[in-house]
Design a protein around this ligand. Sequence first.
Ligand code: TXE
Length: 454
Amino acid sequence: MKIKNPATNKIIAELEANNPQEVNELLKILQSGQKEWSQRSVGERLDCIVKFGSLIQQNKDELAALLTSETGKPLQQSLNEIVGAQNRIDHLIDNAEKWLADEVLVASGATHEKIVYEPLGVIANISAWNFPYNVGYNVFLYALVAGNAVLYKPSEFASLTGKQFEKYLYEAGVPNNVFKCAIGDGKLGQQILESEFDGYFFTGSHATGQKIAKSVAAKLVPLQLELGGKDPLFIADDVPNVKVAAINAAEGAFYNNGQSCCAVERIYVSESIYDEFVECFVEEVASYTIGDPNDTNTFIGPLTREPQLTVLKDQVNDALEKGAVLKTGGKAIDGEGYFFQPTVLVDCTHAMKVMKDESFGPIIGIQKVTTDAEAIALMQDTEYGLTSAIFTANENRAMQVLQQMNTGTVYWNCCDRVSPNVPWSGRKNSGLGATLSSQGIRAFVQPKSYHLRA
Ligand code: TXE
């Protein structure tokens, strides 16, 4: 498989892809290793994950450069991701033993009752490229600590990073028949769906997620889908500082070039502060440094995937045809890489694709609203359900809005953030199941209920 650098469109590596027929061989190897691994204590398995985390941090500069080379993520953001992802390991250190321990419910009387949490077995993790550390750790580290073996298929746009996970997991003591990184694209992914894994954990687009759900439904094994989003942000007229709100909103929309499932994907602004907000927002976006992702001053690098350029151009043209006003950006940037100008469209409506379809790029639509009720109705007008946010000085006003959102995550005066302490879940077309938090720990086990009559 040829690996390209999105900043230069040049091939930087060639990786031996796995043939689909190898999947069943890998599955057999993992089945052979999983039993012994599951018989180790949670603490012993956790020790390997802690060592893995240390190895990653020791090599973070080299790993960040690698991540940037294959995804185009600005170097500083690659470093941020690698360092930040350690919070998943810290969460496991603090919580895994508690949530995976046997639970004695009745210890007196004729019949004692307890729950033992057993691993699922060998699970498949088909993953995405935009935050390979974050979205990867959410699944394969939690699965390993729970006693499962894992077949991990990184996105074809983050394969080099995927191979590093395998290298350092082995160095940390995870047996090579307990974790396998399979290299390939959607075709290899399809073969994985045809094989008999004990659970399927997917991070990626809604379209692919739906295909995966259809393919594995009849197997009646656990399936989790972390899919796309069209996350709204409502800027209420009582924000203490419109400029600060605009700067925070812009970061939520453009961090990682907007290639984040929980990026701000549409913004609604109370009419009384609309003009001021738009002015501050456009000023902030126009100030972003676009360029070589290896330059630590760069905030906007190339898109990771070339086809997304066409999606973004189409959303801009569609919006303009339907009456939107382009304030900045709007075009791909000439040159070798997949660069697109950070783009702000205002006076948008829900007739436009940019307010309804996932953009997953450096483009945002802004719409004026006159009441909170109007904002709520527009925020709810989506087939996605990942996150929603409101910036306001008033907690009651925030809760009024957030309680009505049908999303797995809600934000008051923040956005575009994930914490391992609380579940990360999508509703509607944004997914199925939850990773992180105690729920994410228990996602990789199945309860066995013991009724014991001595
Ligand atoms: O997804 P794709 P991408 C979402 C984000 C965006 C998408 C981008 O919102 O929509 O992910 O990631 C494999 N059978 N999230 O472009 O194309 C493919 O090889 C089996 C949400 O990578 O769906 C890759 O490994 N597998 C998330 C993986 O599926 C198939 C956070 C994803 O590919 C396949 C991050 C097939 N038919 C991104 N086709 C969240 N909610 O947390 C492709 N694949």
